[in-house]
Design a protein around this ligand. Structure first.
Ligand code: GLA
Length: 383
């Protein structure tokens, strides 16, 4: 977590609202493997990182509430009893959604002021949205003594995303952001919503992100469509979710689904297996196998689940051309954002440079490289 980020948001808050706030930091996340498995009740392998959203929040006695997105220099005043979603794509939906979902649980909050600032760009596939939702719910829980557990808070954040933002997301992002543990990744069972921490020390290798700096439009509807496709196949198989299916089960309904949807369900079943195998590879310190699984994940996301894009595929091909990169894949919902790379420490910088130059040449735009630390989940910041 960056002290500069925290200080900047605190200063803005005090300037704007003339009061002392409480401060919350809520991290973004990476995901080693297990993509688009969370809403199929499957396994994912995320970790919170040292970048995210810093929020400053305090009760308001002005009779209204105000939210301030300092990066956009955009402020909005609202009444707690008249909440409804704003236009699709507007940032305030994250705040309104959380407030509305808290109220839906018959918890009472009073007026408040909040300012926030982030150091992960939206659309990077690093869950700046979950980080923001979690910062709001965590801050309000603290301020108004709501007595919510972390599990309740992430369900509120997720519902805000469903009902106010319009993305029928799974639970991975909110979970990783809230429950992150320093130096650990979490093998999360999205059915039980319980995780097992794995201390990550890849010795002479490390994880590194490269952001394509693109986010293709329609990604939200494409996401929701895929979720529905998975659910309809699970229904056809008479199971609760695709997590319960084997490849052999899927064969039995092959002629009842489109070839495209068959491939999507097959991807989910295989990706779930890859996530389990990855945890074993980490336990065995077998990075070659882990890397191969990561490349396998990208292959499935690109060709079967079809959520990649040219820019992501290009960066993964750059990785494949370098023997020091053991694995690379797109990360998060897809259609843009980052690749995650498992690369030898001594090669990381050189690979980042080569890939960046090649990317610029190919697309005539810059990509960004992030070196990240696995960090603690959403927490109060005391100064
Ligand atoms: C987005 C969603 C998550 C998850 C990933 C894909 O980040 O918010 O719930 O589905 O995409 O793994």
């Amino acid at each position: 977590m960056s002290a500069t980020l925290i200080n900047a948001v605190k200063t803005k808050f005090i300037e704007t609202f003339k009061q002392e706030p409480i401060l919350v930091f809520s991290p973004g996340r990476i995901n080693i493997i297990g993509e688009h498995t969370d809403y199929n009740d499957g396994f994912v392998f995320p970790a919170a990182v040292d970048k995210g959203i810093a929020a400053a929040i305090q009760k308001s006695d002005s009779g209204t509430s105000t939210a301030y997105a300092t990066d956009k220099d955009s402020k909005i005043e609202f009444a707690l009893d008249k909440l409804k979603p704003s236009k699709e794509g507007n940032w305030e939906n994250y705040v309104f959604g959380v407030v509305a979902e808290i109220q839906n649980r018959n918890k009472t909050i009073g007026n408040f002021n909040i300012a926030f600032k982030g150091d992960i760009p939206g659309g990077a596939g690093m869950s700046s949205s979950a980080a923001l939702e979690n910062s709001v719910v965590f801050g309000l829980n603290e301020l108004f003594n709501l007595g919510l557990t972390k599990h309740e808070m992430i369900l509120i954040s997720q519902k805000a995303e469903h009902n106010y933002v319009g993305v029928n997301c799974g639970i991975m992002d909110q979970y990783a952001s809230m429950f992150g543990i320093e130096n650990n990744a979490l093998l999360l069972d999205c059915r039980t919503v319980e995780s097992k921490p794995y201390e990550i020390d890849f010795k002479d290798h490390q994880l590194m992100l490269i952001n394509t700096n693109v986010k293709h439009s329609l990604s939200d509807s494409a996401y929701n469509d895929r979720r529905s496709a998975c659910e309809s196949i699970a229904k056809l198989l008479n199971i609760k979710a695709l997590r319960d299916a084997t490849e052999a089960d899927l064969e039995t309904v092959k002629d009842k689904v489109t070839p495209e949807n068959y491939q999507k369900a097959l991807y989910v079943i295989q990706e779930n297996e890859r996530a389990m195998k990855a945890s074993k590879a980490i336990e065995d310190n077998d990075l070659e196998t882990l890397g191969a699984l990561i490349y396998g994940s990208h292959n499935g996301l690109q060709h079967q689940y079809k959520v990649s894009c040219d820019e992501l595929d290009f960066l993964v091909d750059q990785a494949k051309a370098n023997k020091q990169v053991l694995g690379a894949r797109m990360m998060g919902g897809g259609f843009g954002g980052c690749t995650i790379n498992l690369v030898s420490k001594k090669e990381a910088k050189a690979f980042a440079e080569t890939a960046s130059i090649a990317y610029k040449k190919e697309f005539n735009k810059e990509c960004s490289v992030y070196f990240i630390k696995l960090s603690e989940g959403t927490h109060l910041v005391t100064q």
